[in-house]
Design a protein around this ligand. Structure first.
Ligand SMILES: Nc1ncnc2c1ncn2[C@@H]1O[C@H](COP(=O)(O)OP(=O)(O)OP(=O)(O)O)[C@@H](O)[C@H]1O
Ligand SMILES: [Mg+2]
Length: 156
């Protein structure tokens, strides 16, 4: 039976994003998603986890007892009619949250595109930021890109 949800916690470091990619990809494969269907969401999760590892814990948070953490919680889409029965799940939700601190966006040349890219790669995107951390919610629907075959009569 495929898992209907997946939750894991990562320490913020240089391996966090690749671990998140591997686990989310594996879970989507269990749900029947092909690599083609899953790579947009896996990419978005990777950007968001990278952000948490890179930006959320730059300032020491004095009175916090919990260790710096990044949580990834994945669920099959709750309004998917097929969730309770057999068959392929076609929508999933992923929440990435951290217990760091939001860092105000600084304008800087070639950086500052990760959030916009992540948003462009999913069907639903919401972010909540603050002094107690950041939560990003992603929704994704399985889809493959259809490559149109050239039509010899039209594409001359
Ligand atoms: N989890 C987070 N905790 C704290 N600040 C964050 C977090 N995620 C994003 N930010 C802030 O939002 C900014 C924009 O993030 P974004 O991913 O768009 O760009 P970036 O990480 O600076 O560069 P890149 O284009 O390489 O991703 C970051 O520079 C940071 O200031
Ligand atoms: Mg980024």
């Amino acid at each position: 039976m495929p898992r209907r949800s997946l939750s894991f916690c990562l320490a913020p470091d240089t391996a966090s994003a690749s671990l998140a990619r591997e686990r989310v990809h594996e879970w989507l494969a269990e749900l029947g998603w092909s690599p083609d269907e899953s790579h947009d969401l896996v990419y978005a999760v990777s950007e968001i986890v990278t952000n948490a590892a890179e930006h959320a814990f730059v300032e020491a948070v004095g009175d916090r007892r919990d260790p710096p953490s990044i949580w990834v919680d994945c669920l099959v889409g709750s309004h998917d009619r097929r969730v309770r029965g057999p068959g392929k799940v076609d929508e999933v939700r992923v929440r990435v949250s951290d217990n760091g601190r939001w860092k105000p966006v600084a304008a800087s040349g070639f950086r500052g595109h990760g959030l916009a890219l992540a948003k462009a790669f999913v069907d639903g995107f919401a972010i909540a930021t603050g002094d107690r951390g950041t939560t990003v919610d992603l929704v994704s629907r399985a889809r493959t890109t259809t490559i149109r075959r050239p039509n010899p009569r039209r594409d001359r």
